[in-house]
Design a binder for this molecule. Structure first.
Ligand SMILES: Cc1cc2nc3c(=O)[nH]c(=O)nc-3n(C[C@H](O)[C@H](O)[C@H](O)COP(=O)(O)O)c2cc1C
Length: 178
């Protein structure tokens, strides 16, 4: 089992990226953060016969995984546009929609008090059409994420424990649906 980790925030000091790095350590199976930083916005003019190199690279990379965890911040009460872009590109692979029937989860984090819940739920809505199979429980909303890391940049133990339960639940979800 190989799990692809997709981080919607593109900035180098992203809290969501820090959470993804902890999740990668906690997962008892192979996982990797998929590089989406330089992928151009989806444009059908860049697809087809002379497909854009980044679209091609991203699709080949996405195909290596059996399941995906998306880490999203909330932008204006929705999810990260970089994730929408990846979903769009993956849905238009020459072999078809590469998301279909793949297990997935949404982990969201924000510096505010709501844990990017609106963004998290907006992303779940996008799962419906591309046929990603969501893990419903537990829900992962990390609020005030900047307080969940200590002065050395280490995640605090109680959050690690919570994420450990969530990653275990996700592995079970994948086993059920893969
Ligand atoms: C364009 C923009 C819109 C934002 N909108 C929201 C929002 O709707 N809700 C929220 O809680 N935070 C919002 N934020 C704050 C981000 O969620 C916060 O900066 C978060 O730390 C970004 O995630 P990152 O650290 O992984 O980059 C917004 C930030 C930006 C740049």
């Amino acid at each position: 089992m190989k799990i692809g980790l997709i981080v919607g925030s593109l900035r180098k000091d992203s809290w969501n990226k820090k959470v993804a790095e902890v999740v990668k350590e906690l997962l008892p199976v192979e996982s990797d953060i998929i590089d989406i930083v330089n992928v151009p916005l989806y444009n059908t003019d860049l697809d087809g016969e002379n497909v854009n190199e980044e679209y091609k690279r991203l699709r080949e990379e996405l195909k290596k995984y059996d399941a995906y965890i998306f880490f999203t911040p909330e932008y204006n009460r929705s999810y990260a546009p970089a994730i929408k872009n990846v979903i769009d590109i993956g849905s238009r692979d020459p072999e078809g929609n590469l998301w279909a029937k793949k297990p997935a989860a949404v982990f969201s984090a924000s510096m505010g008090g709501y844990g990017a819940m609106a963004g998290n739920h907006a992303l779940r809505q996008s799962f419906v059409y591309v046929d990603l199979i969501p893990m419903q429980q537990p829900e992962i909303y990390l609020s005030k994420v900047q307080e969940l890391f200590d002065e050395n940049g280490q995640m605090v133990e109680r959050t690690k424990k919570f994420l450990n339960k969530a990653t275990d639940a996700f592995v079970e979800h994948v086993k059920k649906h893969a």
